[in-house]
Design a protein around this ligand. Structure first.
Ligand SMILES: Nc1ncnc2c1ncn2[C@@H]1O[C@H](COP(=O)(O)OP(=O)(O)O)[C@@H](O)[C@H]1O
Ligand SMILES: [Mg+2]
Length: 396
C-alpha cells in the first residue's frame, strides 16, 4: 500500500498511449482554433501605397503615376477616398513589373535550397518560412517543401499535420515509387506566390521505403528520388525551399542531393556549433561513399551559414561567432537573426514576423527582427540570381 506522500505510478498501456495521442491532436485543433480565430484560417497581409512602393523598390509617386495607365491592379480605395489598400495578390503584379530585372531570366530554372542542420531548434523551419515569404514579397514564385515528418513548416501554413494532411499531399508517394513527379502533391496556400508540399508523421514511412527499394529495385538510386521528382516543376518556380528534419535521414539526403545550394541556420553557441561540425563530417562521409562506390557527382552552387537566435547579451556569443566565421570562411552570410521575442511569441507558433500584422510588443524589437529577416532575403536573392546567371552561362 502506498503511503500518503509516495509517488504512485499508473501503468500506461498502448491503448492509453493511443488515447493520449487522440487527446493531443484534439487539443492542437483547439489551440489552433483559438490562435487563428475567428475564421480559423491564416490570411496574407495587405499593403498601403507606401508599403507597395517599398516592395517595388520605387517611390510612392512612381506608383501613383503608374496607376494612371490602369493595367495593374487598382487595389481598394477606402470610403473616405484617400487611401488605397492592396491585397498580396494585387501587389504581386506590381512587384513583378517594377522588379522585372531581378526576376528569373528566361531559360533559367528554379534554384532549390535545402535548409539543413542536424540539430533541432536551430531555426531551420523559421528560416525556411521567412525566406519563402521574403522572396515571395520580392515577386518570386516559391515552392516550399516540408520534408520533416514533424510538419512544423506545414503548421506555419495553418495546416495541422496530424489531422489535415494526407499522404498524397506529401513527398511520400514519390519516395515509395507510386509517383514519379512531385507535381500532384503541390497545393496553393493562404499566401499567394507560395505553394506547398506538406509533411506529416506518415512521412516516417519513407525511412523504411527508400532503403527497401534500394534492396529490391536494380539501378535504384535512393539519393536521387526527390531530385528526379522535382525536375517536372523546376521550370514553374523561381525558388524551391526545402525544410529538412534534424537528422541525416534518407529524406534529408534526398533533399540535399536535389538542391543547388545549402543554407545552414546556426545559433552561435558551443553545442550547436559542435553539432554543425558533425553534420559536415557525416554528410561528407556519406558523399564520399556515394562518390567512391557509385560514381555519383554533385556540385552545389553555394553553401551558406546563417547565424540565428543570436543572443548579444550572452558573453560567449562573440567568441563563438568569431570561431564560426573562421571555420566557415566566406560562407557565413553577412546578416544575422537576433534572438527575439517576436519569433517566439504566441502567434509565432502559427506564423512568422511576416504574418504579424500588428506586433503587441515594442515596435523597435519588431523592426529589428523584421529587418534582419529582410536582409537575409536580400542576400539570398543575390545568391539566387548568381545561380541563374551560372545556369545560363553553362547552357551557352
Ligand atoms: N530568432 C529567434 N529568436 C527566438 N526564438 C526563435 C527564433 N527563431 C526561431 N525561434 C523559436 O525557436 C523554436 C525552434 O525554431 P525552428 O525554426 O522550429 O527550428 P528547427 O526547425 O531547426 O527545429 C521555435 O519555437 C521558434 O519559434
Ligand atoms: Mg523544423
Amino acid at each position: 500500500m502506498a503511503t500518503k506522500n509516495e509517488l504512485l505510478l499508473v501503468p500506461e498501456s498502448l491503448a492509453d498511449v493511443m488515447t493520449q495521442a487522440d487527446k493531443a491532436s484534439y487539443m492542437m485543433g483547439a489551440v489552433r482554433g483559438a490562435l487563428l480565430a475567428p475564421e480559423n484560417k491564416k490570411a496574407a497581409p495587405h499593403f498601403n501605397t507606401t508599403e507597395l512602393a517599398a516592395m517595388c523598390d520605387a517611390d510612392r509617386s512612381q506608383i501613383v503615376y503608374r496607376s494612371s495607365k490602369g493595367d495593374l491592379p487598382a487595389g481598394t480605395i477606402n470610403p473616405g477616398g484617400n487611401r488605397r489598400t492592396f491585397t498580396l495578390e494585387e501587389a504581386i503584379p506590381w512587384v513583378r513589373e517594377f522588379r522585372a530585372e531581378k526576376l528569373r531570366p528566361a531559360g533559367a530554372q528554379a534554384v532549390c535550397i535545402s535548409v539543413a542542420n542536424f540539430k533541432g531548434g536551430v531555426g531551420k523551419t523559421t528560416t525556411s518560412m521567412t525566406l519563402a515569404q521574403g522572396l515571395a514579397l520580392k515577386g518570386h514564385k516559391v515552392l516550399v517543401m516540408d520534408c520533416d515528418p514533424q510538419g512544423s513548416l506545414t503548421t506555419l501554413f495553418g495546416i495541422l499535420p496530424d489531422t489535415e494532411v494526407d499522404e498524397s499531399q506529401t513527398i511520400l508517394p514519390v519516395c515509395l515509387g507510386q509517383e514519379s513527379s512531385i507535381a500532384p502533391a503541390i497545393q496553393s496556400t493562404y499566401w499567394p506566390g507560395l505553394d506547398l508540399v506538406c509533411a506529416a508523421p506518415l512521412l516516417f514511412a519513407a525511412e523504411f521505403g527508400l532503403p527497401a527499394r534500394q534492396m529490391r529495385e536494380t539501378g535504384f538510386e535512393f539519393w536521387n528520388v526527390l531530385n528526379h521528382a522535382l525536375d517536372d516543376v523546376r521550370d514553374l518556380y523561381d525558388v524551391i525551399i526545402v525544410d529538412t528534419p534534424p537528422a541525416l535521414s534518407y529524406v534529408t539526403i534526398n533533399a540535399l542531393m536535389a538542391s543547388d545550394g545549402i543554407l545552414m541556420p546556426l545559433p552561435p553557441n558551443a553545442l550547436d556549433a559542435a553539432s554543425a561540425a558533425q553534420f559536415w563530417r557525416l554528410f561528407s562521409d556519406l558523399a564520399g561513399q556515394l562518390v567512391e562506390q557509385r560514381g555519383v557527382t554533385k556540385n552545389f552552387d553555394f553553401v551558406r551559414v546563417l547565424l540565428t537566435r543570436v543572443d548579444s547579451q550572452d558573453s560567449t556569443t562573440a567568441t563563438i561567432r568569431d570561431w564560426i566565421s573562421k571555420t566557415y570562411e566566406g560562407k557565413v552570410l553577412p546578416a544575422e537573426i537576433p534572438k527575439t521575442t517576436v519569433a517566439s511569441s504566441s502567434s509565432a507558433e502559427f506564423g512568422t514576423v511576416y504574418d504579424v500584422a500588428k506586433y503587441e510588443g515594442s515596435q523597435k524589437t519588431y523592426k529589428r527582427a523584421r529587418d534582419a529577416y529582410e536582409r537575409v532575403s536580400e542576400l539570398m536573392e543575390e545568391i539566387i540570381r548568381a545561380t541563374w546567371r551560372r545556369q545560363l552561362s553553362n547552357q551557352g
